[in-house]
Structures are given as C-alpha cells and as structure tokens.
Ligand binder design. Sequence first.
Ligand code: SF4
Length: 375
Amino acid sequence: MSAPVVKGYCPGALRPMMSGDGLVVRVRPFNGRLRRAQADGIATLAAAHGNGLIDLSSRGNIQIRGVREDMHEPLIRGLAAMSLVDADAEIEGRRNVMVTPFWQTGEETDGFAADLTVALSSPDAPPIPGKFGFAVDTGRVPVLQTASADVRMERDAGGGLILVADGFDKGKPVASETVVAEAMALVEWFMQNRGDHKRMAALLASGVTLPGGFIVPRQRQVYAPRPGFTPLGAMVGLAFGQLEVKTLASLAKQGGLRMTPWRMLLVESARRLPKVRGLITDPDDPLLRVVACTGAPRCSQGLARTRATARTLAPHVPPGSFLHMSGCAKGCAHAGPAPLTVTATKEGFDLVRRGCAGDAPDARALSPEDIIKAI
Ligand code: SF4
C-alpha cells in the first residue's frame, strides 16, 4: 500500500488545496449557516469559477471544486462581497467551528458561535494546530459528538452549560457569560501542555491530566442524523456530500441552509421536502449507508473510482451498518473506525472490519464482487 500524503491542515478559501480537478476552495460559513443569498451566490460563483461541483465537508463546510489558479482571486472577491471569508489565512485556519444545526432564534448557541469566532479572530489568539477544532453543541441534547472537534460546548443532563475537552467523559460547568473565555483558556492549556500532540484526545490519551473542574458527566449522544422534517425545517441528504451548482441554487430558493458534518443540509423553515435532483429524502436510501472520498480521477492520490464503486456496494450494506470507501489509506471521508472500510490499493481493494482506511486489512486485493460476497 503506498503511503498517503498527509498535509496537516484543512484547506480554506484563502489557502486552497490543489486536487486532481483544480483548486478546492473551502468556505467556512460563519455560525454554520448560509443565508439564502449567500447559498445562491456560492452557486453562481462555483458555476463561473469552478467546475460546477460542490462538496460538503465532514466539518460542516462547503467546498467549491475545480477552480483554476487564475480564477481564485475573482472567486475570493465574490465570496468576500458576501462576507464569507476571514480577514486572513491564519484566522481562517483557526476558525474550525462546527455548530449544532438545531439552534432556535433567540437561543444562546448562535451567540456562543459568534463570540467564539471573535475570540479566534483576535491577533492574540494562539496559533493552534491546523486540524484543531471546536463544536458549539449547546442544544438540549448533543448531536455533534461523533464529529471531529477538540474543544466542545455542551449541556449536561440538567441543561447546564459545560465545557468539554474531547476525549474526556466529564465537562466543566461554565456560565454563558464566560464559556468562550473558558474555551480559550482550555486552548491555552492545550498549547502549553501538548508537546508534539496536535489533537486534544490524543494529548489526554497520553496521560496528561486536565486542570481542575471537569467533574460533570456528559450526556451521551443518541441522535442519529437522517433526512426528514424537524421543527426547524427539512433535513436533506446529498450522496457522498456532493451537489451540483443547480442543486444548491434550487435549495437556496427554499430557505437558509444550516451546515452539518453528516453530508446533509437543514433547509430552514421548509415544510415540504424540496424536489431537487441529487437530494436524498428517503431515510432508508442505501446511499446513506456509504461514504466515499473524491477518489480518482479528481484526487491525485486516488487509486480507484471510489464513488462509482460505493454506489455498487451500497445496496449490499445491511441496514444499521455502514461502509467507508476510501481511495487511499488516508481515509479523508471518515475520521475514525467504521464497521466496514474498503481501501483502494494498487492491487485492488482491501477490506477492514471495525477499523480505519490505513489499518491492517482482514482481506486484501479484492474485486467489488468479492466485497459484496464478504459483506
Ligand atoms: S482518501 Fe480519497 S480524497 Fe483523501 S487523499 Fe486518498 S484518494 Fe484522495
């Protein structure tokens, strides 16, 4: 298996990443939300400056694909005109903030996310590692615990606000007025104690002990995302988290969009599921049981056409299970273990059970037909 190239940072709009089909320009919607005009504007810009394809990332961001290098500057100007870029690439790199999509107007969540953004935009903010991130998960129950984040804001079983260091099962009780300052203090603690570690959970797993105060048990997430109606609007899925500009423009007509890390979008206030090409509205759709990275030919490291293979495998993945199809050992599409992982190699596909894309496989050099028999 050839070793994947690990870049150690998440691409942004101001610091895009080159892929097999051009630059990937990742927009990080502020407070995890796009107003209708912003969503429509992104669709227009992606059509003009990209190849017409848009990805949803596993951190709730939106990526414009296939941007030529000479188109990057006009694209950024267009995004900036809609208040969708940060003041500079350093601030953008720090602003890895996911927000529960289920906040209501007038609740505290939106304000916490805005205040955290201000704190991370300060010139004094610590130079945190590129993949270090935050989850503002302060609805009544947590929904973002399976998404990648290092510092989390959650609520305990009684509704009290707690600050959480990822990897620890208890949180620190905090007041609304101080939660962002406490979060930044936890970041400072991480920076002073991290050694070579880049993520909070890895630091805690190494035996380093948190400062005092992390004493309140966390709620355990039971929420499982699925398409359908919520009190706030319609949750819709996108196969492999990808949509065409026409689809995004159509969704923008329905309502503002709240970002999620689940390759789904919450269309605000929608009372009917929009009939738009490419949307998954059936919660039993087999495509919801597979994730696949971009793969070949659009990713230069891809060793197979991941999404076509995943479409073939999807109907054979049992309900309740989940298959991660990866174009190489890097495993971009899914952080952490999956019940079934299929990794493309130069010799065929490796199958890993209850593991990650780079783990030692249970079976090697399989064809798609072999995998169907094995699962
Ligand atoms: S996992 Fe997929 S998207 Fe990531 S580098 Fe490998 S082939 Fe490319």
